[in-house]
Design a protein around this ligand. Structure first.
Ligand code: SF4
Length: 271
């Protein structure tokens, strides 16, 4: 079953404090631009008028951006459900984010294993990220780990099973495994075949499968597990078929309908 949701995505900044080998922005900037509060208000309103029903706060690393809490409060005026996509490193006070209006925190964490995490993300911030996940759970936020499947690092059964156990120990109820977007040399060489991982879930009698955008959803070992194929291609297909739409406000204040093809999809440049 396909579930259709139109989304407003706020790219607070393209800057990031990690250096993941597979990053979409191959050389993630340390400093990005930041759109104005007025541009956020105008974009959120427009997305809502165009039928968006959920919002996502992302980046880069959104917590590197300016006035993030104020921007979330503005988005909250238009959307009840808002997720925050973060690497968790700066999420020291998740309570503030909950109070501002965040309902779900999606933490990009490639591995439960500290050495693998450090090798893939290029930073020694594992302990900080894990501590902040625990704080977010304690603050009552719905927290989900997004685990990238990286061939030769994190894509084998044993690693996936350990990620599930690890997430359960952290008190999480959901986990998503995501295929790499093939945007740089490393990502192209380390993309994994999702069918291999899919077998893990199909073997289990406990599976229940439905489709949410590009994500197959399973119930496995008492957790909700998403298996997400490359968002780049799936989004392109979904937009073409018209069953999912995104309205994205970029860090330089352009409201676009397709983040991956910004040159073709600018709706408006906001101030
Ligand atoms: S955390 Fe995300 S934005 Fe930052 S370097 Fe890693 S993949 Fe790129």
């Amino acid at each position: 079953m396909n579930i259709k949701t139109n989304m407003f995505r706020l790219i607070v900044t393209e800057a990031c404090n990690a250096r993941c080998k597979y990053c979409l922005a191959e050389d993630t900037p340390k400093n990005g631009q930041n759109q104005s509060l007025r541009a956020v208000e105008r974009a959120a309103k427009k997305a809502k008028q165009n039928g968006a029903s959920e919002a996502s706060i992302s980046g880069g690393e959104p917590l590197m951006g300016k006035n993030v809490l104020e921007k979330i409060r503005i988005v909250k005026k238009y959307f009840d459900r808002i997720n925050l996509q973060t690497n968790g490193i700066l999420l020291n006070n998740p309570k503030e984010f909950k109070e501002a209006g965040i309902t779900t925190v999606i933490v990009n964490l490639p591995s439960y294993d500290k050495a693998t995490y450090e090798e893939l993300t290029g930073v020694k911030k594992y302990d900080q990220a894990i501590l902040n996940i625990k704080k977010a759970v304690k603050a009552g936020l719905n927290v989900r780990i997004n685990a990238l499947l990286v061939k030769g690092y994190t894509d084998d059964y044993a690693h996936c099973l350990k990620m599930i156990e690890f997430s359960k120990q952290l008190g999480l109820k959901e986990l998503t495994f995501t295929q790499l977007v093939p945007t740089n040399k490393f990502a192209k060489e380390h993309r994994t075949d999702l069918n291999i991982i899919r077998q893990l879930f199909l073997r289990s009698r406990q599976t229940e499968n439905q489709k949410y955008h590009s994500i197959d959803v399973y119930t496995f070992l008492g957790m909700t597990i998403g298996l997400s194929s490359c968002p780049f291609k799936e989004n392109e297909k979904a937009f073409k078929l018209g069953w999912a739409k995104e309205y994205v406000l970029t860090e330089d204040s352009r409201l676009v309908t397709d983040y991956f093809h910004q040159d073709k999809s600018v709706m408006e440049v906001l101030a």
